[in-house]
Design a protein around this ligand. Structure first.
Ligand SMILES: Cc1cc2nc3c(=O)[nH]c(=O)nc-3n(C[C@H](O)[C@H](O)[C@H](O)COP(=O)(O)OP(=O)(O)OC[C@H]3O[C@@H](n4cnc5c(N)ncnc54)[C@H](O)[C@@H]3O)c2cc1C
Length: 570
């Protein structure tokens, strides 16, 4: 619920202050929050806090005669902190001249005479009129997390992407284009009266004077500057540490395969822990529209699928750690042990590796320096709004590139799809090709490859090679979808993989004399079981798997059936 707008009254005389507050509450207390301050200094501190929290201020009602400053000066100083608020001066008869001059000087909206009794006659009519005026132009503020940063900062991109993929709504305030963003950052960087005393601890120990963007501002007014993802995760209530040392089933990876395993495992009574490095949903979570998943004829976004799956897994009691990376695996007798990114360990009898794949890099000059600064791997749906009105490029001819092009075309002026082949027919589903053809601002550059990316601090130019012709075109955003590779190095020598790093399971395991090499059990490995009994693999990371959401989900569910069998036999 959006916070109620604030009416702030300021007076050094405690009796007058209480009386104004009482009368304001009586008439406006339902609709507005009435706050009071006994000095200009404390009022400024309060306004700073309200600004940090994004709470709207509708009215400032200040007494003209105060010891350390007068009401006019206060209202003038308060303007940048509450620019939209109506400013009203409370004066004695003797100060009427000063009040009239102030109307011109600091654009005071009204002055009221003390005493104002009866308020029905001398206070409410004027204030109601001003507040109605304020309401007519008031737009409720964004009531959630705000991020202040530079569009081209990879750190800011990472935070936006992380929040977006965890379906946490946020408002992006760009320092390059938004005056509000710059004002807010400047205010946070100023040591306020309060900061000097108490807030050093309140703001996580950051020295407000050396505030490095991106800054993440929470609805309660607290903030963190340039946070690491685990720090941010703890602020938004995501767990990164396991509750117990031992589980029935440990799932590595929170894509469709891992989430399905968590849902089926937990719903069938297994104590299940899922560890996800970035955000639940995996590759599917970055899809703008999955149209071929059973039961969703009009499609659904990957974020929606992930959100539903997470809710379902939690409902059945699965524990999710995110963002948390698995860095190592070992066996200890019948126990299977995982080492996490923070050095802690969790163990179980069964582990499911469902770590999927990651995008292959372009590998052209400039790529490393500009990744996250205009060159993006994957759909990065959170970047769509910043591409509004621009000419953007999508590299790749697969379904993921096609989906992204259709999505970005809603925001960008034009979308150019760069493909090496003669067209899209070999690599993209027909339904997506039909969609692309129907969007006028999408074009396909066939027999073309990216040779270099350049720019000073962010992407500015892309060099394209088509047949024998090379040309350099201006570009601000390039989204790359050129195939994917598994990242399975953390499995060390324990789990066998093929030459590309995909995990071998069941019938695919190399055999000697009819049996998998060094396999210790009398039975053969199950369909999704690796060369280590009790360590299973599902989804895109598995050798020769079908790279589809439905098959990943199916394999995750099947892996749970094998888990039951394995637990029963051990
Ligand atoms: C943009 C896009 C659009 C797509 N559209 C469709 C579509 O319309 N229909 C369709 O059927 N398929 C689609 N796909 C393919 C589909 O998304 C994948 O086949 C599916 O997501 C594979 O699921 P998975 O669980 O095996 O792996 P992934 O989805 O890759 O998930 C693996 C997860 O493991 C995590 N992880 C990796 N290593 C670690 C580690 N060491 N520790 C902890 N966590 C780790 C990763 O962060 C990731 O979240 C699309 C793919 C993309 C990229």
């Amino acid at each position: 619920m959006a916070p109620r707008p604030v009416l702030l009254t300021i007076d050094d005389d405690p009796e007058v202050l209480r009386a104004v507050e009482r009368d304001l509450r009586r008439k406006y207390g339902q609709e507005y929050r009435v706050l009071r301050a006994d000095s200009a200094k404390s009022a400024m501190a309060l306004l700073e806090e309200l600004k940090r929290r994004g709470d709207p201020v509708a009215l400032l009602l200040a007494d003209q005669r105060m010891p350390e400053t007068n009401g006019v000066d206060f209202l003038e100083r308060a303007m940048p902190l509450a620019p939209g608020a109506k400013r009203v001066l409370l004066t004695a008869y003797a100060d009427t001249d000063a009040a009239i001059q102030a109307i011109n000087k600091v654009r005071i909206h009204y002055y009221l005479m003390k005493p104002w009794d009866p308020p029905e006659q001398n206070l409410y009519p004027y204030l109601t009129d001003l507040l109605e005026d304020w309401r007519s132009t008031y737009r409720p503020p964004f009531d959630g997390i705000r991020i202040i940063g530079n569009r081209w900062s990879p750190r800011a991109h990472r935070i936006r992407d992380f929040l977006g993929r965890n379906t946490i709504p946020f408002q992006w305030l760009d320092l390059d284009t938004s005056g509000e963003a710059r004002d807010l950052l400047a205010m946070l960087a100023q040591p306020s009266a309060e900061d000097k005393s108490a807030s050093a601890t309140r703001h996580e120990g950051h020295d407000a004077r050396t505030l490095t963007p991106p800054v993440v501002l929470f609805p309660d007014g607290s903030y963190v500057a340039d946070p690491e993802l685990p720090e941010l995760a703890s602020h938004i209530g995501l767990r990164t540490q396991a509750e117990r040392p031992f589980y029935d089933l440990l799932v590595v990876g929170g894509g469709p395969a891992g989430l399905a395993a968590a849902v089926y495992g937990a719903s069938e009574g297994l104590k299940t822990l899922l560890v996800e490095r970035e955000a639940p949903g995996g590759q599917a979570g970055t899809s703008s529209n999955i149209e071929n998943y059973l039961g969703f004829p009009t499609g659904l976004t990957g974020a929606d699928l992930a959100r539903r799956a997470v809710a379902q897994a939690r409902k059945f009691g699965a524990e999710l750690l995110t963002p948390q990376e698995v860095r190592g695996i070992r066996t200890q007798g019948t126990y299977r042990v995982l080492t996490l990114g923070d050095g802690s360990e969790v163990s179980s009898r069964v582990i499911l590796v469902a770590t999927g794949v990651e995008y292959r890099k372009l590998g052209v000059p400039g790529d490393d320096a500009l990744t996250g600064r205009g060159v993006y791997y994957g759909a990065s749906l959170t970047e769509a709004l910043t591409c509004r009105g621009e000419d953007i490029y999508v590299v790749g001819g697969g379904n993921s590139a096609g989906q992204a092009a259709v999505y970005f075309a809603q925001f960008a002026r034009s979308v150019s799809i760069i493909v090496r082949g003669d067209g899209l027919a070999e690599s993209m589903s027909q339904y997506l090709i039909d969609q692309l053809n129907a969007v006028p601002n999408i074009r396909v550059l066939s027999r073309t490859r990216v040779a270099a990316v350049e720019g000073d601090g962010h992407l500015e130019r892309v060099t394209l090679v088509c047949d024998a012709e090379t040309r350099t075109v201006p570009a601000a955003s390039l989204f790359v979808f050129i195939g994917a590779v598994p990242r399975t190095d953390w499995l060390g020598d324990l789990v066998q993989r093929d030459e590309f790093g995909f995990i071998l399971t069941g019938p695919d395991l190399p055999r000697a004399e009819g049996r998998p090499a060094a396999w210790p059990l009398a039975r053969d490995p199950y369909l999704l079981e690796t060369n280590v009994p009790g360590v299973f693999s599902a989804g895109d990371v598995r050798h020769q798997s079908v790279k589809r959401v439905a098959s990943a989900v199916g394999e995750g569910a099947i892996a749970v059936q094998f888990t039951h069998r394995y637990l029963a036999e051990t």
